[in-house]
Design a protein around this ligand. Sequence first.
Ligand code: NAP
Length: 289
Amino acid sequence: MTDNSISGRTRVCGVIGDPIEHTMSPAMHNAVFRQLGLNYVYVAFRVTAGELKKAIDGMRALDIRGLNVTIPHKVAVMPFLDHIDLLAEKIGAVNTIINDRGKLTGYNTDATGFLQALAERSVEPRGKKVLLLGAGGAARAIGFALADAGAYPVILNRKEELSWAEELGQRIGKAYNIPVGVGELKEDNLKDALPDSNILVNATSVGMTPNANQSPVPADLLCSNLVVFDAVYNPFETRLLREAKAAGAQTIDGLEMLVWQGALAFQIWTGQTAPVEIMRKAALQVLKA
Ligand code: NAP
């Protein structure tokens, strides 16, 4: 499908957020629509917080088939939907909406995309101890996803916002009836927790461009029996992942999660399996540009 073949039958998908200019989703989804010859188009809409309800009303009125939802709307959008998937309900955030003849259902494919990124590398979270760094939006989806998959997360966040981590830990613990340790993100706690952990997840923004020379974990604490996942995808290989690789650990980059959240959204909207390689290639092209 090329832009020239947009017709009266073209189905519209898109992403809403504010800001939205730097999103990689249009490149990923349009590449797949073209590849599979699907009569769909994907566009980015800047929607301010005050216009969110109107935007969702517009989704119904214009029969937009699917929307991704990004910062700052993932929580605020929920009351405007007709149905919320169980995992998204527990997380308290939605990043994907499907419109079935005016009935809107919300999902969280950040969470399922993260789990799929692990599964693709044969990493089984069930029964594993996971050290999760951060307590923001990404950490929230990842923490619930881990508990949902039977893992035991321990959350470390920087001191200033420790109450966020405490609240997140309590919510996950209550939802899954598991103990969730919470602490300050500092070297002593990393030293204590890492030898006991099977998987390390960075869900902070530490190491993201323009601070690509930073890492949330000192290199000498990394070891070969860890799986290290970094949610940061810009740069594609972070300092944490480079140092983890050098220590002999298995590493998984944030682009995998980004691509899988897109692939799972695509499957929800079209009912077809997404060719993830095409999505990854399109995302990498945008990153390199
Ligand atoms: P967010 O809600 O703003 O949360 C940022 C987190 O990073 C918070 O826990 C914050 O701690 C922590 N943090 C920020 N600066 C820090 C520092 N200097 N030292 C220690 N901790 C620090 O952002 P988000 O949406 O969760 O995104 C976090 C990262 O994940 C970003 O790089 C984003 O691009 C990436 N991400 C990737 C995907 C993917 O699909 N791969 C999806 C979503 C996000 P405080 O609470 O103390 O502020």
